[in-house]
Design a protein around this ligand. Structure first.
Ligand code: ADE
Length: 421
């Protein structure tokens, strides 16, 4: 089967894309198992699915799984800079309709999302909530046909909860981000490692002995701080949430308001899910050569417009995915990937072995939604516990790790409130 090209950069990259997807799949044993099951049971047979995701090799492996389940799929990119053009080409050759080119502008980005929605989806897979938002704002005629969907990122879930609180969300959306197997591994180890990868590829800066300021100590911030410390950096954490700030302090990190951290940092990483975390007053006091990177989903965490305004000159691409801003007093600030999600734009996103869990979970949850949608109310739902535990169990099995099981007496003990010492 051949999908329609939609809008991609170059179909001749398909062979390279296949090789990349197969490389990723080597590290995705749980997703491979789900694909085998899907090929037998066809839980998505005949269903139309619109996806807005980072178009990477790992996403390619997920798309192949959903195809094996019988879905008809239109895929748009969830970020113009994360698109791997070879993965887009391979997916067209595999039978999807793909709207994704690296580097498209904002108008092209939304044109792609709209084109993917033309499939008139029964199921949606989002990443950042732009597709679900477009459905509810511009394409309302399609909304009644949607059974439900998945959202795997913190920033997207925050938006979905705002929609639900407003009474605006018209179908069930599963907050895959909040499940244990996503948040504990993807956000922590995936974002942690791939953000270091982005800093190194874009600047090759030394981290040992340097001060790395991590803004936001959610699951992603925990991972970034941990990995930066592992590379020998002194880590400063900034937070607004008292429990998280306390957690960071007891982990041994220095916790400061950004106003105090700004003059100390050699490297800044924003992972808050909110806007204007690094802004003019901070740029004004930063060290010469400070590196600024955002690993949050949207490019709103670093006020790039304010940085551009403050600068007297900009040297674009002083290195790959690194722009240098010269300030009036001679200091230079280095911005990674234009302030867009650095771990995907300046590196390759989370490693496949981590995406294995999140994507197996999304495939299983999509099949569950397809079957049970009639019993579900609109709103933000949790991943069924059974699926979350199943994915963890399968991942452990794939790693050859065995665990203890409770004895009968232990099971009884944990069920009974009468039994004590
Ligand atoms: N989000 C984070 N890392 C990713 C990857 N490698 N592929 C798709 N989406 C991602």
């Amino acid at each position: 089967v051949h999908g329609s090209a939609g809008d991609i950069a170059d179909i001749s990259l398909a062979e390279l894309g296949h090789a990349r997807i197969e490389w990723a799949e080597r590290s995705m044993p749980v997703l491979r198992l789900v694909r085998e099951r899907f090929a037998e049971t066809r839980p998505l047979a005949g269903l139309r699915l619109a996806a807005c995701m980072h178009v990477t090799a790992e996403t390619g492996a997920l798309m192949r799984t959903l195809l094996a389940g019988g879905a008809e799929i239109a895929l748009a990119a969830s970020n113009p800079l994360s698109t791997q053009d070879e993965a887009a080409a391979a997916l067209v050759a595999t039978g999807l309709t793909v709207y994704a080119r690296n580097g498209v502008d904002r108008a092209g980005y939304y044109a792609h999302i709209n084109a993917a929605l033309d499939i008139e989806p029964e199921l949606v897979l989002d990443d950042g909530c732009d597709l679900v938002n477009t459905l509810h704002v511009e394409r309302t005629a399609l909304v009644p046909g949607v059974r439900g969907g998945c959202e795997p990122t913190t920033s997207g879930v925050i938006r979905l909860r705002r929609m639900a609180a407003d009474g605006a969300l018209a179908f069930p959306m599963v907050a895959v981000n909040d499940s244990d197997t996503k948040r504990l591994f993807d956000n922590r180890y995936g974002t942690g490692q791939s953000t270091m990868d982005a800093l190194l590829r874009s600047t090759n800066t030394l981290l040992a002995g340097r001060t790395v300021v991590v803004a936001g100590y959610g699951a992603c911030g925990v991972g970034v701080a941990e990995r930066a410390r592992g590379l020998g950096a002194q880590v400063v954490v900034t937070e607004v949430n008292p429990t998280r700030a306390l957690d960071a302090a007891l982990q041994g990190y220095r916790v400061l308001p950004m106003a105090q951290a700004a003059p100390l940092g050699d490297v800044f990483v924003t992972v808050t899910g909110n806007r204007d975390v690094l802004r003019a007053e901070h740029f004004a006091v930063m060290r010469d050569g400070a590196v600024l990177a955002n690993a949050g989903h949207f490019d709103v965490e670093i006020d790039v417009a304010a940085l551009a305004e403050l600068a007297v000159a900009k040297q674009a691409r002083v290195r790959q995915q690194c722009d240098e801003y010269l300030l009036a007093d001679g200091r230079r600030l280095l911005l990674v990937a234009e302030g867009r999600v650095a771990n995907l734009a300046a590196a390759e996103g989370h490693p496949a072995a981590v995406m294995d869990m999140a994507f197996a979970e999304q495939a299983l949850t999509t099949a569950w939604l397809a079957a049970t949608y009639a019993d579900l109310a609109p709103g933000v739902l949790d991943v069924p516990e059974r699926i979350d535990a199943e994915v963890a169990r399968l991942k452990l099995a794939s790693m050859g790790i065995r665990t203890d099981v409770l004895s009968d007496a232990q099971q009884e003990y944990s069920r009974s409130w009468r039994l004590g010492s």
